[in-house]
Design a protein around this ligand. Structure first.
Ligand code: MN
Ligand code: MG
Length: 631
């Protein structure tokens, strides 16, 4: 980033000369997703808001302004760019330190924790990668089934605090890590039952007293989990607020949902964005990919009875200008070096042509209809599954292909979209279409479960009213990667009716129905009718709140990434997708309108929604357009 960019730091503390006082700055990264260089591999362009090498320059500035600072990472670092998949595909053990771990070593982390994506490439790969870390990585609620070591639940860091008067005092900082307990389910195909998880709050109840007993003066929770509600519930994915509610924690680093905090919610009432606290505990969420750094400054008092936190200030350090000329993006040379060779290899591979498309493929409206960006993936799933289904002797069953848009706006603040013009399709285009390393899963289930599957997807929309023309269309907590379209069915969704599921996937009311049986055409409505559903390994295990998927039986799973199956489907030939299969449409709701934000380029395609009108409602931020959908 530009060196002239002002760093938004916390206010300076005042110190009482009659007391023994100081401060401690906690700097947090989260969800770096294997971004080393300031480069967006989905667009193929430099981006100052991305990567540890650029963030490290800002980290150094933040450290330089205070007496005492610690740097923590909150998980999801081993997966997320084509670099990560290239490293994972290497020979079993070449003895080299994982390049992202090497970059983190160079950044000088004091400790880190595991995110769910650390488990994407299997347990052996994770264990091998962790061995290279020069800093402790802790996690208290994931364990190996075989009893072997994964990582310690917590660590106590012995440090010296420089006091306001220049004296040095020893301090013991307890660092404990938490990950979403769904890990064992989401990566069940790759993990094969090798790890067990405990719920976050239950694990905290067990380990926090032990951490205090181990002599920790302060406790920092590295919580790879979003905020969620204060009230604990079973199997919480986002449990940071209910963790803070337990007490006994001095700072919470949250993440996983790729949100930023302090920032706009909606949040639970226990969240205070003005003071940067959850249940009164200082907390941050630093976005994703290095977009933001979380900063928690603690005001400390040292007395005969020990250390006490007597004040705090929480803020975010943002990237500033997201799109400066590449020459002005400053990076840390030692960290950049860890990514340079891989970067060159990946960019070279991304340029390879894997096929041709006769029509433009974009995903601006992939949540409003079955578009070509989804159809290409659905068709590739069908092509890969057909011989497997035939070999299983199940060729008589109807086949449905479920696809969600992965690159279609999102929770990161980045309004990305697939954008492939007519002509050659490159490997980078496949990364745009399918950034995750999931394989294909083939499920056998009944139409009753399919109906529930459709209701889960239909819950992405808010309940729309005729008297609110600028109501948001989407539930802001429902991520695009949970918005499945089922190819092979023709159905209508009525978002003026209440949803069956909350954004988190909990049942609101089983009787709530936005996709009525009369709205599904093309298949017998008999709930007992068996069908085959093609999806990814994450969804097949119920990921994204799709309990319906768990009602089925997984007939087959591939470890080959779906991205490679798309390349095989293209087979270097030309695909024609003149008119995407009807798929689904909104039930007519005359007079009802709702708005959503899309990448700015979407405004050039407003005539492409065949049965609904779209109009521009505003431009809320650079590169973003707000569109009004007329239902
Ligand atoms: Mn993440
Ligand atoms: Mg995560």
């Amino acid at each position: 980033m530009d060196s002239g960019e002002p760093v938004q730091t916390c206010r300076e503390f005042a110190f009482d000369a009659t007391r023994h006082q100081s401060q401690l700055r906690i700097i947090a990264t989260s969800d770096l997703h294997h971004h080393i260089l300031p480069f967006d591999y989905l667009t193929g362009r430099a981006d100052a808001s991305v990567g540890l090498a650029a963030a490290a320059v800002r980290i150094r500035a933040l450290r330089g302004k205070v007496r005492n600072a610690l740097l923590f990472d909150n998980g999801d670092f081993l997966q997320g760019t084509p670099l990560s998949d290239t490293v994972a595909a290497r020979a079993a053990d070449d003895g080299r330190i994982h390049p992202f771990i090497a970059a983190m070593n160079a950044a000088g982390y004091d400790a880190g924790t595991l995110g769910n994506h650390e488990f994407n490439f299997g347990l052996d790969f994770l264990l091998r990668s962790l061995r290279g870390a020069a800093f402790p990585i802790v996690c208290c609620n994931v364990a190996r089934v075989d009893g072997g070591p994964l990582c310690p639940p917590f660590v106590v860091l012995d440090r010296r605090i420089v006091m306001a008067d220049g004296a040095h005092e020893p301090i013991r900082i307890g660092v404990i890590g938490f990950a979403p307990p769904q890990i064992s389910q989401w990566d069940s195909v790759t993990l094969g039952g090798a790890v067990v998880t405990t719920e976050i709050v239950a694990a905290a109840r067990r380990h926090l007293p032990a951490l205090r007993a181990a002599g920790a003066d302060l406790v920092v929770a590295l919580c790879h989990s979003g905020f969620g509600p204060a009230e604990p519930a079973p199997a919480m994915e986002n449990a940071a607020v209910s963790l803070a509610a337990l007490g006994g924690i001095d700072a919470v680093l949250a993440g996983h949902t790729h949100q930023v905090f302090p920032g706009q919610g909606p949040w639970d009432p226990a969240v205070d964005p003005e003071n940067g606290t959850i249940c009164g505990v200082p907390a941050v969420m630093p976005g994703a990919n290095g977009s933001h750094l979380g900063v928690i400054d603690l005001h400390l008092d040292r007395s005969a009875s020990g250390w006490a936190v007597t004040g705090h200030c929480v803020c975010l350090d943002g990237p500033g200008d997201a799109d400066p000329p590449r020459a002005v993006i400053r990076t840390d040379p030692a960290i950049s070096r860890m990514g340079t060779a891989l970067h060159a290899q990946v960019v070279r591979e991304q340029r390879q042509t894997v096929g041709q498309t006769a029509q433009a493929i974009h995903s601006h409206f992939a949540r409003l209809r079955a578009d070509r960006s989804l159809q290409l993936v659905a068709d590739a799933q069908c092509a890969a599954a057909r011989p497997i289904i035939a070999a299983l002797g199940l060729g008589h069953l109807p086949v449905l292909s479920a696809v969600a848009p992965f690159n279609c706006g999102g929770q990161t603040g980045r309004q990305g979209a697939v954008s492939i013009p007519p002509g050659p399709i490159s490997r980078r285009n496949l990364d745009e279409l399918y950034p995750f390393p999931n394989g294909l899963s083939i499920l056998r289930l009944r139409m009753a479960a399919v109906a529930d599957w459709l209701e889960r997807s239909a819950s992405q929309f808010r309940t729309l009213r005729a008297d609110d023309p600028d109501q948001p269309l989407f539930d802001p907590d429902f991520p695009p990667y949970c918005a499945d379209t089922l190819f092979g069915l023709d159905y209508r969704i009525d978002p003026t009716l209440p949803p069956r599921f909350s954004a988190a996937g909990d049942v609101i009311a089983r009787s709530n129905r936005r996709v009525g049986p009369e709205l599904i055409a093309g298949l017998p409505a008999d709930p007992a009718q068996e069908v085959i559903v093609l999806t990814n390994s994450f969804r097949a295990s119920g990921g994204g709140g799709y309990h319906a998927a768990k009602a089925g039986r997984i007939l087959h799973s591939t470890t080959e990434p779906l991205r490679d199956l798309i390349a095989a489907h293209l087979g270097r030939g030309t695909i024609e997708m003149a008119a995407p299969a009807a798929g689904w449409s909104f039930a007519p709701a005359p007079g009802v309108t709702a708005v959503f934000d899309a990448a700015g380029a979407a405004a050039a395609h407003l005539d492409q929604l065949p049965d609904r009108r779209l109009s521009v409602a505003g431009r809320p931020a650079p590169g973003t357009v707000r569109l009004r959908l007329h239902l």
